[in-house]
Design a protein around this ligand. Structure first.
Ligand SMILES: *[C@@H]1O[C@H](CO)[C@@H](O)[C@H](O)[C@H]1NC(C)=O
Ligand SMILES: *[C@@H]1O[C@H](CO)[C@@H](O)[C@H](O)[C@H]1NC(C)=O
Ligand SMILES: *[C@@H]1O[C@H](CO)[C@@H](O)[C@H](O)[C@H]1NC(C)=O
Ligand SMILES: *[C@@H]1O[C@H](CO)[C@@H](O)[C@H](O)[C@H]1NC(C)=O
Ligand SMILES: *[C@@H]1O[C@H](CO)[C@@H](O)[C@H](O)[C@H]1NC(C)=O
Length: 307
C-alpha cells in the first residue's frame, strides 16, 4: 500500500532536533519513568530489581546513583510529586502484562535528602498493571493511577491507603482489535484536566476532573496516531500548550492543542518518558538504559503545579 505518512515523516524528521546522551546505564536496564526534584535532579524508576535512581544533570559527568530498591517490588513504574521533595512511586512484582502486589510507595527526601524515608502507602491487590500516575493539584496527597489492563483510573489516598476505581471508561482500555493489551499509559493532571495516552489505541486524550478526583466529564481525543507506526507512552504538557510525548519507535513527538503532531526529536530509541527542566532542557528516559537530553525552544516550561 502507498503510504503518504512516510513522506510526511521524512519531511518532519529533517526538522527534528538532535539529542545527546546524558547518562548510559551500560547494563541496558529499562528506565521506565522519571520526575524532577526541586534541585533539578532527576528521579528514575526502573524495571531493575525495583530500583529507584537519582541523576544530577548539572554534574560534570552525570551519573545515576541508587536511591533504594523499593521493598517487595521487582519493577517500578509511575512516579509523581505529592509534596515538596516527596514522591509517590508505583511498584510491583512484574509478570507478563500482569503485576502481583501492586503497591504505591512514598519516598520523602524533605527531612534528610541523603536518607529518604520510604513507606508503603497503599496496596492495590485488585490492580493488574498500574502505569502512569499524577497527584491532584488541590490535594496532592491523593493520586490518580491508570491501570493499563483494567482500563480504569484508581484514586489513591497516600495518607490513609484508601483506594477505589474513580473512572472506568473505554478510552482507557486497549481496543479489542489490538494485539497489544496496554491501554492507559502516561498520565498527567493540568488544571482541571487529566491528560493520558492509550498505547494500543494510539490516542492522546483529556478528560475534565473535579478537584477531589471523584467526578469526570467526557473524554476528548486530542490526537490519534497510526498504531502500525508505534504508540505514545509518557509525556509532558508544556506551559505553551504543546505536549511532548515519548514515542518508543521514533523518539519524541510534539502535539499541538489542535491535534496536529509530528516527530520533534528523532534518534531516541525506546523513549519511555520526558521531563522539562526549569532552564528549558528536555530529559528523555529510554527502555534501552539511556537518558538523553536536548534543548527546547524559547523558555518552554512545564504546565504542572509547583510544590
Ligand atoms: C551505551 O552503553 C552500551 C553498552 O556499553 C553501548 O553498547 C552503547 O553504544 C552505549 N550508547 C551510547 C549512546 O553511549
Ligand atoms: C506479595 O506479598 C505477600 C505479602 O508480603 C507475599 O507473601 C507474596 O509472596 C508476594 N507475592 C509475590 C509474587 O511476590
Ligand atoms: C469497568 O466497567 C466495565 C463495564 O461496565 C465492567 O465490566 C468492569 O468490571 C469495570 N472494571 C472495574 C475494574 O471496575
Ligand atoms: C495546529 O497548530 C499549529 C501550531 O499553532 C499550526 O502550526 C498548525 O497549522 C495547526 N494545524 C491545523 C490543522 O490547524
Ligand atoms: C520567556 O518567558 C517570559 C515570561 O513568560 C517572557 O516574558 C519572555 O518573552 C520569554 N522569552 C522567550 C525568548 O520566549
Amino acid at each position: 500500500m502507498r503510504s503518504p505518512f512516510l513522506l510526511a515523516l521524512a519531511a518532519t524528521s529533517a526538522l527534528a532536533v538532535q539529542s545527546s546522551t546524558l547518562f548510559n546505564f551500560t547494563s541496558g536496564i529499562d528506565v521506565e519513568n522519571s520526575e524532577l526534584r526541586p534541585n533539578g535532579h532527576l528521579l528514575l524508576t526502573t524495571f531493575e530489581k525495583g530500583r529507584l535512581y537519582t541523576l544530577n544533570p548539572y554534574a560534570k559527568v552525570p551519573k545515576a546513583e541508587l536511591v533504594a530498591s523499593l521493598p517487595g517490588a521487582t519493577a517500578l513504574c509511575g512516579i509523581t510529586t505529592i509534596a515538596y521533595d516527596k514522591y509517590a512511586v508505583i511498584g510491583g512484582v512484574r509478570g507478563s502484562y500482569h503485576y502481583d502486589n501492586e503497591t504505591i510507595y512514598t519516598v520523602d527526601f524533605s527531612q534528610d535528602a541523603s536518607q529518604p524515608i520510604i513507606q508503603k502507602a497503599a496496596h492495590l491487590p485488585d490492580a493488574i498493571m498500574l502505569n502512569g500516575m499524577a497527584a491532584l493539584p488541590k490535594q496532592p496527597h491523593v493520586v490518580l493511577a491508570g491501570d493499563a489492563i483494567l482500563g480504569v483510573l484508581f484514586r489513591v489516598d497516600t495518607t490513609t491507603g484508601a483506594h477505589k476505581v474513580a473512572f472506568n471508561n473505554t478510552a482507557l482500555v486497549s481496543p479489542s482489535t489490538s494485539s497489544l493489551p496496554i491501554g492507559v499509559n502516561g498520565l498527567k493532571i493540568v488544571g482541571n484536566y487529566v491528560y493520558f495516552t492509550n498505547s494500543a489505541g494510539g490516542t492522546f486524550c483529556k478528560v475534565p476532573v473535579s478537584d477531589d478526583g471523584e467526578t469526570f466529564g467526557d473524554v476528548e481525543v486530542i490526537a490519534s496516531m497510526d498504531t502500525s507506526i508505534g504508540d505514545w507512552d509518557d509525556f509532558i504538557v508544556a506551559s505553551n500548550g504543546v505536549s511532548y510525548l515519548a514515542q518508543p519507535t521514533l523518539g519524541i513527538a510534539q502535539v499541538f492543542p489542535n491535534g496536529s503532531h509530528s516527530i520533534y526529536a528523532s534518534g531516541i530509541s525506546s523513549a519511555s518518558s520526558i521531563q522539562i527542566s526549569k532552564d528549558g532542557y528536555a530529559y528523555v528516559t529510554q527502555g534501552s538504559g539511556l537518558v538523553d537530553t536536548f534543548k527546547l525552544p524559547f523558555n518552554t516550561t512545564v504546565a504542572e503545579g509547583e510544590f
